[in-house]
Ligand binder design. Structure first.
Ligand SMILES: Cc1cc2nc3c(=O)[nH]c(=O)nc-3n(C[C@H](O)[C@H](O)[C@H](O)COP(=O)(O)OP(=O)(O)OC[C@H]3O[C@@H](n4cnc5c(N)ncnc54)[C@H](O)[C@@H]3O)c2cc1C
Length: 451
């Protein structure tokens, strides 16, 4: 008999991981603490419960990276996608679902699977032996959180995310912005030009502060604590502490010379830092925020150079348990120091129902392949699944790692295509065509392995 695969957490990731591994012929035990132990957001004891919105976002698999993940999961016989399709609600181009029957279907299908056992218990430590996937999500129980922290180190586990907005590099106006590190610090040319700078004069700064103070802010969910660490205060809270606070904080203008206007001293400077190895994404340094999404795009487009910015993701601060995957996980999602332990879902630093289910799908297949003695490689980098896993286990900057949605900025460029807004439609189609063919190739390899 083959080894049992233990999966901790029966949310989006754990349910999908169990389904995939069980289909590959591996015996699976899902350890889910609900309904015995609850979280502040879950309401039921069902597996695959959606804790907030009932949307899986865009279902467009040609022009949208989330829609492409839907496509890849459908092609892999995913439980979350097929249950979502069964309980689909009309929502234009989005995939919205009737949440209760959806979760009941996920639960019933897993209960009915001959290779799956469900055990209602909280797991509070990382076992030394056996094959385990931890998919305990943003609301991982405190006891387990402590155990993960003890194993990985305090720096490697976060209990809040503090996400600054991320901008597509190609949408930044380089006639206004320039590349330079403060005081030209750094040993190499790359280090000396590591930051992208957007200058403001006094009037622009004052208008920006007014807009920040007036913007609509989102509330914390009930049960989420509203105490921020001082190191990750939202910019609007900094602005409330005094109109000059940002000018002495993340927007200080010192050590920088604007090559477009060398004689004019900027009153304030917004800095952006590279967010991935590909150099396609930049985050706005120190700009974590609780502004509502609509307000964020309006306010951030007031920054000179970002008037036409496209955002790969907007900012936020939430209760969220996640590990520093770039330093802790290998590309097969195993803890480098303890390869019998895998992580999957939101705890790995992806964000959202779809991304979490996708990482569950991959972890379930990779764990089952290890148990069965097959050497299945991880997902190809050109697929949406591969772009995401590559980002969280290697492509992302480890020092500033924050949770990430799937987006086209994570994909390697397709050579020979026009950049900018004009070429976007063709570019996205090329990404999705290339991804589908890479993903199909990987699925064929999975099928050959199983034969
Ligand atoms: C308040 C809130 C609102 C959100 N809103 C949205 C939204 O609108 N849209 C969106 O896409 N994403 C949203 N998210 C993120 C969302 O939670 C994730 O995208 C998704 O649910 C993550 O899937 P997962 O499987 O990683 O975790 P989950 O779906 O949370 O599943 C983790 C499971 O592990 C269980 N568990 C935890 N600790 C233990 C333990 N020690 N032992 C056993 N079981 C354990 C939990 O009970 C849970 O069932 C929200 C998150 C929060 C906290």
């Amino acid at each position: 008999m083959t080894e049992i695969l233990h999966i901790v957490g029966g949310g989006m990731a754990g349910s999908e991981a169990a389904w995939q591994a069980a289909h590959m012929g591996v015996q699976v035990v899902i350890h889910e603490m609900r309904p015995n132990v609850g979280t502040f957001a879950h309401q039921t004891g069902n597996l695959g419960e959606m804790v907030c919105s009932n949307s899986f976002r865009s279902d467009d698999d040609e022009q949208n990276a989330v829609g492409l993940l839907h496509w890849e999961m459908r092609a892999a016989g995913g439980l979350i996608m097929s249950s979502a399709d069964q309980h689909r609600l009309p929502a234009g181009g989005a995939l919205a679902v009737d949440r209760e029957p959806f979760a009941e279907t996920v639960t019933a299908r897993l209960r009915a699977h001959p290779n799956v056992t469900i055990s209602s218990e909280e797991i509070t430590g990382l076992p030394e032996t056996g094959q385990w996937i931890f998919a305990t999500g943003p609301l991982t129980s405190p006891a387990l959180g402590e155990a993960i922290r003890a194993e990985t180190g305090a720096e490697a586990l976060a209990f809040f995310d503090a996400i600054a907005p991320i901008v597509y590099a190609e949408s930044i106006d380089m006639e206004k912005a320039w590349m330079q590190s403060r005081y030209d610090k750094g040993e190499t040319e790359e280090e000396r030009t590591a930051y992208l700078n957007c200058p403001m004069d006094r009037d622009q700064y004052e208008a920006f502060i007014d807009a920040l103070l007036a913007a609509d802010k989102a509330e914390f969910h009930e049960g989420e604590t509203a105490s921020y660490f001082d190191g990750c205060l939202p910019i609007e809270v900094m602005a409330e502490r005094g109109r000059e606070t940002l000018r002495y904080g993340p927007m200080k203008p010192v050590g920088l010379t604007n090559p477009h206007q060398p004689d004019a001293k900027a009153h304030a400077v917004v800095q952006l830092r590279r967010d991935n190895a590909l150099g396609t994404l930049f985050n706005i340094v120190g700009f974590q925020t609780k502004m509502k999404y609509g307000a964020q795009t309006e306010v951030f487009r007031m920054i000179p150079g970002l008037e036409n910015a496209s955002f790969a993701r907007l900012g936020g601060i939430h209760r969220n348990t996640f590990i520093n995957s770039p330093t802790l996980l290998d590309d097969r999602m195993r803890l480098r120091a303890r390869p019998n332990i895998r992580f999957a879902g939101q705890i790995t630093g992806v964000e959202g129902y779809v991304e979490s289910a996708a990482m569950g799908l991959l972890a379930g297949r990779l764990a089952a392949s290890d148990i069965l003695g097959h050497a299945l490689p991880t997902a190809p980098q050109d697929s949406a699944m591969g772009a995401l896993i590559h980002h969280i286990t290697g492509g992302a900057e480890a020092k500033t790692f924050q949770p990430m949605n799937v987006n086209f900025g994570l994909f390697r460029p397709v050579e020979g295509l026009k950049g900018g807004r004009r070429g976007r439609k063709d570019r996205y189609k090329a990404y999705t065509d290339r991804a589908k063919s890479a993903w199909q190739g990987w699925l064929e390899q999975c099928a050959l392995d199983a034969a």
